[in-house]
Design a protein around this ligand. Sequence first.
Ligand code: SAM
Length: 392
Amino acid sequence: MALRVDATLLIRKIRDLRSLTFRRYRVKEKWAASRPKHPPTSLAQQHFDVTYNTQLGQLWPSVRVALLSERKYGALLNHFCNDAFVEDLHSQGCTDFITGTDREVRAGLECDSEFEVEKRDDVVQQQSSLPHLSPNIKCFVFPRGDITRFKPARPDMSGLLSYYLMDAASVLPCLALDVHEGHNVLDLCAAPGGKTLALLQTQAIGFLCLNDASVSRTLRLRKVLHSYIPKQLLSQERLRITSFDGTKWAGIEPNTYDRVLVDVPCTTDRHSLMEDDNNIFTKSRTGERRQLPQLQLGLLLAGVVAACPGGEIVYSTCTLSHIQNVGVVEQAIYLAQENHGIQLQVVDLRPFTHMFRNTFHFASDLHLGEMVVPHLAANFGPIYMCKLRRLT
Ligand SMILES: C[S@@+](CC[C@H](N)C(=O)[O-])C[C@H]1O[C@@H](n2cnc3c(N)ncnc32)[C@H](O)[C@@H]1O
């Protein structure tokens, strides 16, 4: 009863307040005829609540909160930009998570060896088994728990931008690809080009083929490249940009590339939860969404066939979905053997991700591949990656 009285009082008070507000300042809620009854973001939320509750169990509520909170970015440093913005980034309080981590791990091993001489052989062995990281890929992040935003990148004298803002975890598949001097590289789904820029920073690629099935997104990719890469490098014969259906690549260029990046379209979980625009959970795109695993499998298999024997392939997504991640890789390994006689080896990325454990949260229980899981203190990802080596 007391509660009902309080509620009545409250309503009366709100009415009084409304009568004090000028009519033209009153906000009347409107329902546009075009507003969907079930916006795609809430459909995505319902879908993820069901599937990820089962998949992630107790972890899901905290991952969900992180996904619905402001994400963190990384600033991929552009080596082709003439002005040194590194000092500027340092003065803002951020550091390059790649160089920093690499140095720390190697220094840690050397430090151990000073105290226990007999363990030196061990250390040499451990050092040689440490994953090779391109010294030229640099990505700045703010410390854990710090959600400061980066300022927009500034252009140098020739108009090239100093850094590219992207999810710092997106750099990991490019690092894992481990491009060496003179390698032929295929980026099968390249637009809008964040990972392409990271690959180009290695300055080691012999020939780079960039492909994306979407013509409009390929145009965006070209624009990004023109904002970050000097013209003379873009016009060289060492770079090719195409707009083909990547699933058909096996028929175009089999057994060709040393490294293949297959960064497939997926349910883009973070985007689907936050943005109604261009959302794969829109009712009219249900069919497309359901076909995603099939498309991802076709793209990964095409990437595998495009790699040369001994070549390496990195498959990546920005979803937590087991079906789109581990499920696709498992099927690809089986079908590569069955349909193409190609034997694949899964490359263990644990030593690699271990190096970055202070920057990202990694899923602990995946039997295939590695995944950056969003966390409030380090709100990057989701990014899944799995590295495969062609044995035949
Ligand atoms: C996750 S995005 C790639 C992001 C990009 N790698 C980056 O880092 O900026 C996936 C891309 O796959 C492209 N795509 C979709 N279907 C494709 C297909 N059949 N062949 C090639 N690309 C495709 C989409 O147009 C989209 O740009």
